[in-house]
Design a protein around this ligand. Structure first.
Ligand code: SF4
Length: 264
């Protein structure tokens, strides 16, 4: 392992690493949760969040963004007794919430009987546990009938009234916290992103840096959903950092979240 501290070199390597991750993410694009019979677990974060279990599906990467389904599979093949175990889906309990019998059984055992179930695609109904090393947190914004997402690198205030660090302290630790969920950056543009509540159509606020980083995928996802100008409708900190400040912008843009069923 080599640790680089010179800014110029760090930036150079960061670009290189991003390209490798983009290539890796592209390999999984065509896969769906429906087409796979087995998901993979990750329990690495149990060292600090003892009840946390990541279930890595084809369309939902691990919370830290470091593991996707292919990584889980490869890791299990290299180390069959390691932290990434195959999880057979078994019967589908709820295809919209993202709940499977085999996943519930695994989570119950791996959380040492602390959790009986959770849902992979919902933020409101028993969302997946959040550990502490998630790349982003999504949180409900009741006034806007939508959801905001904030990434770890953004140090400013967010419209839910908390900065990332405060949010991470309240949501992390292996808890199931309805209204909040930790996840990777990649998951934001997945078709399964909070699908139970309307998916990315609910996304009303995100930091500008995150929006710019994800712009190509946001545009593509917007087009798939018939809203090609979706990225322009999502507010950021230059519009406001409170619900009061961003609501007029969302109304003016005709953001789809405002016409979706009420979250409560
Ligand atoms: S956040 Fe990452 S390291 Fe932690 S349990 Fe999930 S996939 Fe594993």
């Amino acid at each position: 392992m080599k640790i680089y501290t010179e800014e110029k070199k760090v930036k150079e390597l960061l670009e290189k690493a991003r390209k490798v991750y983009q290539k890796r993410d592209a390999r999984i694009e065509g896969m769906t949760d429906e087409s796979e019979e087995t998901f993979y677990s990750c329990t690495l974060c149990q060292s600090f969040a003892p009840t946390h279990v990541c279930i890595i599906t084809a369309e939902r990467t691990g919370l830290c963004g470091a593991y996707n389904w292919l990584d889980g599979k490869a890791s299990f093949e290299i180390n069959p007794t390691g932290p990434n175990q195959p999880v057979p889906k078994k019967e589908v309990i709820d295809p919209v919430l993202g709940q499977w019998k085999g996943v519930n059984e695994f989570v119950f055992k791996a959380s040492r009987q602390k959790l009986e179930k959770y849902n992979a695609y919902s933020i409101m109904v028993d969302p997946m546990t959040s550990c502490g090393c998630f790349e982003c947190i999504s949180a409900v914004l009741p006034m806007c009938n939508g959801i905001m997402v904030v990434n770890r690198d953004f140090t400013g205030m967010s419209p839910c009234g908390m900065k990332f660090t405060t949010l991470a302290g309240s949501v992390g630790g292996g808890a199931v916290t309805p209204g909040f969920v930790g996840h990777s950056k990649h998951y934001i543009c997945s078709k399964k992103y909070i699908m139970a509540e309307g998916g990315i159509k609910r996304l009303v606020w995100m930091p500008k840096m995150l929006k710019e980083e994800m712009m190509d995928r946001l545009k593509k996802r917007g087009q798939e959903m018939g809203i090609p100008n979706l990225p322009e409708m999502i507010a950021d900190e230059t519009i406001g950092t409170t619900e009061d400040e961003i609501l007029p912008f969302l109304t003016e843009k005709g953001h789809p979240a405002l016409s979706l069923p009420s979250l409560f």
